[in-house]
Design a protein around this ligand. Structure first.
Ligand code: NAD
Length: 339
């Protein structure tokens, strides 16, 4: 990719701490990236009077790639979620959330390695048909699945499986009850799966998928599903590997991509130097993969695994005695040994 400038949104709460830690790691590996800083969220509101300034949208549109810290959307006042706004504005239709067991995290399972690909723009979150009757006795919302939307996410998922050498794609649905919407998604999935004969396609109803994930998560390789199911299942998957602090997410469109941690701005620990930077660092690894810098991404993942396994310099949520800065320094030290 020719453009080496990325947009960086440091975000709210713990955002600046974990984003700065991530940039330190990227710089240490000489990734050759330059950063255009932009604002969004409460910090943007304070500085510019807007939650999502036009200049921020312009820099993402220009650079095509953004690394984003968590953003706080004010509660009440009718503000639309900033993350939803960004996804819709840039048509970031694929939400890719990998989870990987890392020894030393006190997670309940070992050997979990699952990528969830969630459709990010349609389904129950399309915003269509929202209505509450005047007497508030009936509330309605419409779920919308289009053949075009289903095709693009399913194609994306099967292509990703092929690229990553994944053997099995599990299509999670509820076509037995949601016959029209989930039914169409499953029909399109069957058609697309035929064009990927080397990849096993498994169909699984969402309630069974939840049970199977908790009982035997190692059987899953890559999951693709609609918006609401993907939202819930990807958090469930994060729980399998130690919680939201370990879970990154990429929001990918045909034009732009935004990389982030799944967790929020953690206002309860902001400014205390105890935020765990792992999730956003893993998000940065997804970004490096996207920028054809897979070798560097692998080094960062290896350093994270080694430092977390050693345990002594990690943040308190991982049982360590360190802070964000100590954890970051431990990563830099480990990267020096790995290089
Ligand atoms: P949260 O994820 O911020 O925090 C939940 C709990 O996890 C807290 O106890 C927090 O201290 C802990 N935690 C989260 N990240 C951590 C980390 N990296 N290291 C150590 N501990 C960590 O969820 P919340 O409190 O429900 O939300 C706070 C704010 O974040 C809200 O304004 C919400 O809208 C926003 N939010 C933003 C995003 C995003 O920008 N992607 C996602 C979720 C929530």
């Amino acid at each position: 990719m020719s453009n080496n400038t990325i947009t960086v949104i440091r975000g709210d709460g713990i955002g600046p701490d974990i984003v700065d830690a991530t940039l330190q790691v990227l710089d240490h590996l000489n990734c050759g990236l330059s950063y255009e800083f932009a604002e969004a969220g409460l910090s943007a509101m304070e500085n510019t009077g807007e939650l999502l300034p036009e200049t921020t949208l312009e820099t993402i549109a220009r650079n095509k790639v953004a690394l984003k810290g968590p953003l706080m959307t004010p509660v009440g006042g009718g503000f639309k979620s900033l993350n939803v706004s960004l996804r819709q504005h840039f048509q970031l239709y694929a939400n890719v959330r990998p989870v990987l067991s890392i020894p030393g995290t006190r997670a309940r399972f070992e050997d979990v390695d699952i990528i969830t690909v969630r459709e990010n723009t349609e389904g129950m979150y399309s915003g269509a048909g929202q209505r509450v009757s005047d007497d508030e006795r009936v509330a309605e919302a419409m779920s919308v699945i289009t053949r075009e939307g289903a095709s693009r996410i399913l194609n994306y998922a099967f292509e990703l499986a092929r690229k990553e050498g994944r053997k099995k794609v599990t299509v999670v649905h509820k076509a037995n009850i949601l016959k029209s919407t989930s039914g169409l998604f499953l029909k399109v999935a069957r058609e697309i799966a035929e064009t990927y004969p080397e990849i096993e396609m498994q169909e699984m109803i969402v309630d069974n998928a939840c049970m199977q994930l908790v009982m035997n998560p190692q059987q899953f390789d890559l999951i693709v599903t609609t918006n609401l199911f993907g939202d819930i299942l990807s958090d469930l998957c994060a729980g399998l590997v130690g919680g939201l602090g370990m879970a990154p997410g990429a929001n990918i469109g045909d034009d732009c991509a935004i990389f982030e941690a799944v967790h929020g701005s953690a206002p309860d620990i902001a400014g205390k130097n105890i935020a765990n930077p792992t999730a956003i660092l893993l998000g940065a690894c997804q970004m490096l993969d996207h920028l054809d810098q897979g070798d560097r991404a692998r080094m960062i993942r290896q350093a994270l695994q080694d430092v977390i396994a050693a345990g002594d310099r990690t943040t308190p949520d991982l049982g360590g005695n360190g802070g964000t800065r100590e954890f970051t320094q431990a990563l830099l030290d480990r990267l020096d040994q790995l290089q």
